[in-house]
Write a protein that binds this ligand. Structure first.
Ligand SMILES: Cc1cc2nc3c(=O)[nH]c(=O)nc-3n(C[C@H](O)[C@H](O)[C@H](O)COP(=O)(O)OP(=O)(O)OC[C@H]3O[C@@H](n4cnc5c(N)ncnc54)[C@H](O)[C@@H]3O)c2cc1C
Length: 225
């Protein structure tokens, strides 16, 4: 593994991952496997992303637990037993915490760290990340695994309808974005929101789902098939 270093308060890594949900946790594992030094920066005080932030009663997967599992390790697949066909939020959160421990990923995940900015320097061929607490990180590769459903974006009752189309993971400028390919079905590409707070929104990556704000910062996602 490459060495990370600190120079004049700036911390240097080969790769910075923003977010420690399913995509971020896998990215840490994969980047490490490639021999790169990596630090994941996660705003929350726990890992799990969507499944950490959304804890309302009844929250669960709307695809089968087995299909929702990571596929990068046969051992992991064999040793983990889902108790329900469509796993509930607590069990999914337990699963991703198990994965983090099983592959010793926590040491490369920094919690309570919200990224406030990222700029790319053509001259240096590197990214600079800044955090709300004022930390500065430099990395050759940036993996934006900040998700789309853990925080309500501009959705408030009574708010004007918003039409937005944005890409999160695709905003990386490096070939590393392809690392997320197999995992990314849940969040890659563009999420089209609109009208905001309407009864149904569409996730362009796959099946339609009803995604409704249920208070500040959580979504109630139910299958509509
Ligand atoms: C109830 C429910 C059911 C779902 N069911 C399914 C399903 O059946 N199948 C499916 O494919 N998907 C499902 N999803 C979608 C789910 O969001 C994705 O499957 C997946 O968990 C997304 O993972 P992620 O790592 O991309 O993003 P997230 O889980 O959203 O994680 C992103 C992380 O980034 C962090 N973050 C954001 N901004 C910053 C920042 N500036 N600085 C630092 N950290 C930041 C957040 O705190 C968060 O922890 C469901 C979602 C919900 C809410």
């Amino acid at each position: 593994m490459q060495e990370s270093k600190r120079i004049q308060g700036k911390q240097y890594f080969d790769a910075i991952v923003v977010g420690a949900g399913f995509a971020g946790v896998y990215s840490v594992h994969k980047l490490r496997e490639l021999g790169l030094s990596v630090r994941a920066l996660e705003a929350g005080d726990g890992i799990g992303g969507t499944w950490y932030h959304n804890r309302y009663p009844g929250a669960r997967c709307d695809m089968e637990s087995l299909d929702y599992s990571y596929a990068f390790s046969d051992e992991l697949q064999q040793e983990w037993h889902w108790t329900e066909r469509y796993a509930s939020q607590p069990e999914i959160l337990e699963y991703i915490n198990h994965v983090a421990d099983r592959f010793d990923l926590r040491k490369d995940i920094q919690l309570n760290t919200r990224v406030s900015g990222a700029t790319f320097s053509e001259a240096e061929d590197r990214w600079t990340f800044t955090t709300e607490a004022g930390e500065v990180f430099s990395a050759k590769y940036a993996v934006m695994a900040a998700g789309v459903l853990s925080v309500a974006l501009g959705c408030r009752r009574g708010a004007s309808p918003v039409k937005s189309k944005f890409s999160l993971t695709n905003s990386t400028r490096t070939p590393l974005q392809s690392l997320l390919g197999p995992l990314n079905a849940g969040h890659r590409g563009c999420w089209r929101a609109g009208p905001c707070c309407g009864p149904r929104q569409c996730l362009s990556h796959g099946r339609s789902a009803s995604v409704r704000p249920a208070g500040d910062g959580v979504y109630d996602r139910r299958p509509c098939f």
